[in-house]
Design a protein. Structure first.
Length: 751
C-alpha cells in the first residue's frame, strides 16, 4: 500500500474516531435531553412544583416530616442537610418511595473548603494562582461529596469596589480579569473532569448579579450599575463561570437599577439565556423571591412568585411562594405551563448530568478523604501563596530559627476559629493550626513568649498591655498577630470604618516604643486601612483569614522557608472616605496630580488663595490609595527589562506578542506574578486608565532571569460602549509590571 493510501486510510480512521466521539458526546447530550423529556412527560404539576422547591431542612420540623415531603415529591432539593447515613436514607425515600423516583440534589455553602478550610476566597485571589485554587476546590468537592453534598453554592464571584461590604471576603476582589480566571478554576475544581464522577459537585455562580455594588457598602442595599459597567466588569466572571460549564447560577438579593436581581428578565433571560445560551438551573437566594414584596417590586408573595418564574428563576430556595402559588398563577394565566416545564427541564438536566439518577447514593468509604494529610499540605501551600508582603525594611524578615526568643502578641495569634474566616459551616476550629502553635513547633516553647495583650480583635481593655510590653522587651523580635475576628466579615457583617478594631493600634504603638523589631501579621477578611501601623513597624504580612493551616503557612514565610509571593486582588485605601477606589478608574477631566494636591495640613492658616488645585483629589487623602491593586513584595528583588512588542500595530482581529525579561536580582529564589496591563486612550465612551489583560506566576532562582511572554489579541480589547461590544481602532498603552501602579511601558495601535 503506497504512502498516500496509508495516509488517507489513517485520516479516514481518525475522522471516524472523531465523528464517533462527537456523536457519543452528541449522543450523551441527546441521551440527557431524551431522558429529561421522557421524565417530564410523566410528571404531574405537583411533582413539577416540587422540583422547583428547595426545602431548608431546619424549617421542616421532624425527620419524618422531611421524609414525607420527599416521598410526596414536595421538594427536589434540600439545603443544609449532610452526612452519609442521613442523605442516603433521604435519597432512598426519594428514589424508592416517591412515585417517579426522582433523586434529590443536596446543596450546601462550600465556599472555601468543606472540612479542610482554605484561605477565604479574597485570600486565595491574592495567590493569583488558578491552578492551586482549582485543586483546592477539587479537594473541597471530594470532601463535601463524601457527605452527600452534590451542589455547592459557590463560587461567589461578585466584583466589588467596597471593602466596607462584609462579603468582600467571599469574592475574588475588584478585577474582572483576575476574577474570571479564578471563577473558571473554581468551577472546574468543583465539577471535576467528569460530572458523573462521585466526587464531582455542581458549581453555582453567585450572586447574579451586581450584588457587590451595594450603596454605602451596606449588604443587600440598592445597586445602580450602568450597562457598560455591568457588561465590562460585573458580568465578566459570570460569563467565565458559564463558559467553564457551571451547572447553576444563583439570583441575588439586590435591587439592580430598580429591578431586583431575582425578578430581572434582562439579566436572567436576555443575557444569561438568550445571549450566553446557559442551559443549567437558576436558584434564588434565600428569601430573595418574597423579598421582592419588601423591595416594593411585587404586591404580594404570589406576585413575587410570578415575577421570579417569568424572569427564569427555576428553584425557590427555602421559602414557599412557588409551592403556594404556582397552581393559581397558572389558572390565572400569570405564568405559562411552558415556563414551568422549562424550569423543570433545567433542574432535571442538572440531575441527569451529575449522574444522580444512575448513582444517587454516597459511598460511605468516601469519607476517608476528609482532612487527608495531602489536603492539609495543599491548604498550607495555598495559604502561603495567598500571603502578601506589604513592607520589609532593613531585612526585618525573614527571621532566623536561631533567634533566641520572639514575643508573640495579639488577639489572632492563637484564635483557631477566627483564622478560618467567614462561611466555613463545616470547618472545625479544633483542626486549625494557629500561628502560636506553629511558631512553638518551629522554635520550641522556650523561645516563644506569648502574651495576647488583647483577648479578641475588638477588645478595648488595656490591662494586659504592660505584660505584653514586658514580653517584647525580653525578646529579640515582636510578632503581632492582629486583624479582625471572623464575625466582622461575611454576610450582613459590614463595617463603616475599616481600621484595626479595638485597641490593637494602641498596643502596636506601645510595642514599637520598646525599640524591638515589630512584625505585623494581619489576619482579616477585608483590606484594612492600616497606613499608620505599616509606617511604624518593620515588616507587614497580610495573611487574610488563612484557613486550617494558616499558622504553618505564616511560619514558613516568617522563617524564610519560602519568600512571600502574593499580590493584592483589591486596592487598599487610606480610609473609608476614599471608597470606592479601584485601579481601573476613568481619568476624569481633572485627574489629581502630585503638583496639584495641597495636603490638608500644609494649607496656610487664613489661606488667601481661592483654590487648592481644582483637581480630583481629597485634601486629607490626596489622590492615591494606600496600596495599589497587584501590589506585593518579596524577600528577593525582581528587575524588569527589555520590553518588546512583536508589532506596533494590529488589526482588530489580530494579535501582538508582548515580551519582557524579569531578573531575580536578590539573594533568594522567589515567585513573581508578572502582570500585563493596557490602556485604551480614546474610546466611544471614556475608558479606564488601566486594565489587567494577563498575568503569569513565574519562579525565578536567585541570580537568574526569565523571559515572560503574553499574547494580546484585538478581541481582548473589546468593550461594551452602551450599544455594542467591539474593539475600536486607536492608540493603546501597554505595561508589563509588578503591580498596577508602575511597569515597563510600550505603545501600539489598533488599525
Ligand atoms: C445566603 C447567601 C447565599 C447562600 C444562601 C444559602 O443568604 O446570600 O450566598 O448560598 O443564603 O445559605
Amino acid at each position: 500500500m503506497n504512502s498516500i493510501k496509508r495516509l488517507s486510510t489513517a485520516l479516514f480512521a481518525l475522522l471516524m474516531i472523531l465523528a464517533g466521539s462527537c456523536s457519543r458526546n452528541q449522543a450523551g447530550k441527546n441521551d440527557v435531553e431524551g431522558r429529561v423529556e421522557k421524565l417530564l412527560a410523566q410528571m404531574t404539576l405537583d411533582e413539577k412544583i416540587g422540583q422547583m422547591s428547595q426545602l431548608e431542612v431546619g424549617m421542616v420540623g421532624t425527620e419524618e416530616n422531611l421524609k414525607k415531603a420527599v416521598r410526596d415529591g414536595r421538594c427536589g432539593s434540600l439545603l443544609n442537610c449532610w452526612g452519609v447515613e442521613r442523605v442516603n436514607e433521604l435519597q432512598r425515600v426519594a428514589v424508592k418511595e416517591s412515585r417517579l423516583g426522582i433523586p434529590l440534589i443536596i446543596g450546601r455553602d462550600v465556599i472555601h473548603g468543606y472540612r479542610t478550610i482554605f484561605p477565604i476566597p479574597l485570600g486565595m485571589a491574592a495567590s493569583w494562582d488558578p491552578e492551586i485554587v482549582k485543586k483546592a476546590f477539587r479537594i473541597a468537592a471530594t470532601e463535601a461529596s463524601s457527605q452527600g453534598i452534590k451542589w455547592a453554592f459557590a463560587p461567589m464571584i461578585d466584583i466589588t469596589w467596597d471593602p466596607r461590604w462584609g462579603r468582600v471576603a467571599e469574592g475574588c476582589g475588584e478585577d474582572p480579569y483576575l476574577a474570571s480566571a479564578l471563577a473558571k478554576a473554581m468551577v472546574e475544581g468543583f465539577q471535576g473532569d467528569s460530572l458523573t464522577d462521585p466526587t464531582s459537585i455542581a458549581a453555582c455562580a453567585k450572586h447574579y448579579c451586581g450584588y457587590g455594588f451595594p450603596e454605602g457598602g451596606r449588604d443587600y442595599n440598592t445597586t445602580y450599575i450602568t450597562e457598560p459597567v455591568l457588561r465590562n466588569v460585573v458580568l465578566k466572571p459570570f460569563k467565565a463561570a458559564k463558559d467553564a460549564g457551571a451547572l447553576s447560577f444563583m439570583s441575588a438579593f439586590n435591587d439592580l437599577d430598580g429591578v431586583p436581581a431575582s425578578g430581572n428578565e434582562f439579566t436572567l433571560k436576555q443575557i444569561l439565556r438568550k445571549e450566553w445560551k446557559f442551559d443549567g438551573l437558576v436558584v434564588s437566594d434565600w428569601g430573595s423571591v418574597p423579598e421582592m414584596v419588601v423591595h416594593g417590586y411585587a404586591t404580594d408573595a404570589k406576585d413575587a412568585a410570578s415575577k421570579a418564574i417569568n424572569a427564569g428563576v427555576d428553584i425557590e430556595m427555602a421559602t414557599t411562594t412557588y409551592f403556594d402559588n404556582i397552581k393559581s398563577l397558572l389558572e390565572e394565566k400569570k405564568i405559562t405551563q411552558e415556563e414551568i416545564d422549562n424550569s423543570v427541564r433545567n433542574i432535571l438536566r442538572v440531575k441527569f448530568k451529575l449522574g444522580l439518577f444512575d448513582n444517587p447514593f454516597v459511598n460511605p468509604e468516601a469519607q476517608k478523604s476528609i482532612l487527608e494529610p495531602a489536603s492539609l499540605e495543599h491548604a498550607r501551600k495555598v495559604a502561603r501563596e495567598s500571603i502578601v508582603l506589604l513592607k520589609n525594611v532593613k531585612n526585618t524578615l525573614p527571621l532566623s530559627t536561631g533567634i533566641s526568643s520572639v514575643a508573640v502578641i495579639g488577639p489572632l495569634a492563637d484564635s483557631p476559629r477566627d483564622q478560618l474566616g467567614t462561611w466555613c459551616f463545616d470547618g472545625n476550629a479544633e483542626n486549625s493550626v494557629t500561628p502560636l502553635k506553629a511558631l512553638r513547633e518551629v522554635l520550641g516553647d522556650k523561645k516563644v513568649i506569648f502574651v495576647a495583650g488583647l483577648t479578641y480583635s475588638r477588645d478595648k481593655k488595656t490591662d494586659q498591655f504592660s505584660k505584653a510590653v514586658a514580653a517584647a522587651k525580653k525578646s529579640d523580635a515582636v510578632i503581632f498577630f492582629g486583624g479582625e475576628e471572623w464575625i466582622l466579615t461575611g454576610e450582613g457583617q459590614c463595617r463603616g470604618e475599616i481600621n484595626l478594631p479595638g485597641a490593637q493600634s494602641e498596643l502596636i504603638a506601645e510595642l514599637v516604643k520598646t525599640g524591638k523589631p515589630v512584625i505585623l501579621v494581619i489576619m482579616a477578611g477585608r483590606p484594612l486601612a492600616i497606613g499608620n501601623e505599616i509606617d511604624e513597624t518593620g515588616a507587614v504580612l497580610y495573611a487574610w483569614h488563612g484557613g486550617t493551616m494558616a499558622g504553618p503557612a505564616i511560619a514558613d514565610l516568617l522563617f524564610g522557608k519560602e519568600s512571600p509571593s502574593g499580590k493584592l486582588p483589591i486596592t487598599f485605601v487610606k480610609g473609608s472616605g476614599q471608597i470606592p477606589f479601584y485601579y481601573y478608574r476613568n481619568n476624569t477631566g481633572r485627574p489629581g496630580t502630585q503638583q496639584s494636591w495641597t495636603p490638608i495640613d500644609s494649607i496656610p492658616v487664613e489661606n488667601p488663595q481661592t483654590s487648592l488645585g481644582y483637581k480630583s483629589f481629597q485634601l486629607d487623602y490626596g489622590f492615591t490609595p494606600l496600596l495599589p491593586f497587584g501590589y506585593g513584595l518579596s524577600y528577593t528583588t525582581f528587575a524588569y527589562s527589555d520590553l518588546s512588542l512583536s508589532a506596533l500595530s494590529m488589526k482588530t482581529d489580530g494579535s501582538i506578542v508582548v515580551k519582557a525579561k524579569v531578573a531575580n536580582t536578590g539573594n533568594m529564589d522567589g515567585d513573581e506574578i508578572v502582570q500585563l496591563y493596557i490602556r485604551d486612550r480614546v474610546g466611544s465612551i471614556t475608558r479606564p486608565i488601566k486594565e489587567l489583560k494577563g498575568f503569569k506566576r513565574i519562579h525565578i532562582k536567585k541570580g537568574e532571569s526569565a523571559d515572560v511572554e503574553f499574547t494580546l489579541k484585538g478581541e481582548d480589547l473589546a468593550f461594551f460602549n452602551g450599544k455594542i461590544t467591539a474593539t475600536e481602532p486607536g492608540k493603546f498603552d501597554v505595561w508589563v509590571s509588578t503591580n498596577s501602579d508602575e511597569g515597563l511601558h510600550g505603545e501600539f495601535v489598533i488599525e
